[in-house]
Ligand binder design. Structure first.
Ligand SMILES: *[C@@H]1O[C@H](CO)[C@@H](O)[C@H](O)[C@H]1NC(C)=O
Length: 312
């Protein structure tokens, strides 16, 4: 009974990226540089927010969580991809593959929850400025962040357990550069109806509901901006909301591009490029969007560096 349910194969082969062999070195260098930029950029943001007490506000605490999540998100896929490109060994064990899939789900969905929490924070700050500190108490912030983490760990566990009961037969080549849940489902030789239903219903809800709530908070924000006549206040609102809105557009733009765009030929190249955008480019750009457009972050960087110099 138990033997029947066991997977027949112990490892998968990741097909990797559709890159010609003569360009492998160039792309290896490019991805390594992108990964290092992601790690460095997000680490700088986290450290800056920890070190500078001016940034100990809900908005920046959420941002440091987002950076942490970005850092983990790209660390789940990139080191393995780089290792595979370098050694030309594309195998990945069954358990590593499921682990990779699990953490990809955790950090991918966490991003949408954190963006929602940040949108709520901006909504309260702009629509109820006088009650902001009493509404966004430290207790509520910790609660919101903790809820997002716990919820995503459980939700991703559900998908992973559902996938773990499937059996896999001869075909063990994953046509992707990481263990994507849909790529794994394609390889399974068991009945995957429940898995597909869960992905469609729960996955849809988890992506669409935060998105709709973000849109609702921005509608409220815009309608309250329209009532303000002071140009300085409006400029301040734009400087704090602009970065968030850019990150939201980047994130949901790629997600919706990946899943909702009707692609006639279902080309793997398009899928790979979009997956690259999600897992590599978005986490890399987020810190830049936040630090380049944001005066507080630039000032904090100067303060932290300046303080360091004096203490030396
Ligand atoms: C995440 O946010 C919580 C609550 O705002 C904060 O206490 C915590 O330090 C943040 N964690 C990280 C890693 O930035």
């Amino acid at each position: 009974m138990l033997m029947n349910n066991k997977t027949a194969i112990s490892q998968f082969l990741l097909l990797g990226l559709p890159i010609p062999r003569e360009h492998q070195h160039l792309f290896y260098a490019l991805f390594l540089a992108m990964y290092l930029t992601t790690v460095l950029g997000n680490l700088i943001i986290i450290i800056l927010i920890i070190l500078d007490s001016h940034l100990h506000t809900p908005m920046y605490l959420f941002l440091s969580n987002l950076s942490f999540s970005d850092l983990c998100f790209s660390s789940v896929t990139m080191p393995k991809l780089l290792q595979n490109m370098q050694t030309q060994d594309t195998s990945i064990s069954y358990s590593s593959c499921l682990t990779q899939m699990y953490f990809l789900l955790v950090f991918g969905d966490l991003e949408s929850f954190l963006l929602l929490v940040m949108a709520y924070d901006r909504y309260v700050a702009i629509c109820f400025p006088l009650h902001y500190t009493s509404i966004m108490s430290l207790k509520l912030c910790v609660y919101l962040v903790l809820m997002s983490w716990v919820f995503n760990f459980l939700y991703s566990m559900l998908h992973t357990l559902l996938l773990a009961r499937l059996s896999f037969c001869e075909d063990n080549v994953i046509r992707h550069f990481f263990c994507d849940i849909s790529a794994l489902l394609k390889l399974s030789c068991s009945d995957i109806h429940i898995n597909e239903l869960m992905i469609l219903v729960l996955g849809g809800l988890i992506m669409v509901i935060p998105f709709l709530l973000i849109v609702v908070s921005y509608v409220q924000i815009v309608s309250s901006i329209l009532k303000i006549s002071s140009a300085r206040v409006i400029q301040k609102i734009f400087s704090t909301c602009g970065s968030h809105l850019s990150v939201v557009s980047l994130f949901y733009g790629t997600i919706f591009g990946l899943y909702l765009c009707p692609s006639a030929n279902n080309s793997t190249v398009k899928e790979t490029v979009m997956a690259m955008m999600c897992t590599v480019v978005t986490p890399m750009l987020n810190p830049f969007i936040y630090s380049l457009r944001n005066k507080d972050m630039k000032e904090a960087l100067i303060r932290v560096l300046f303080k360091k110099k004096i203490s030396l």
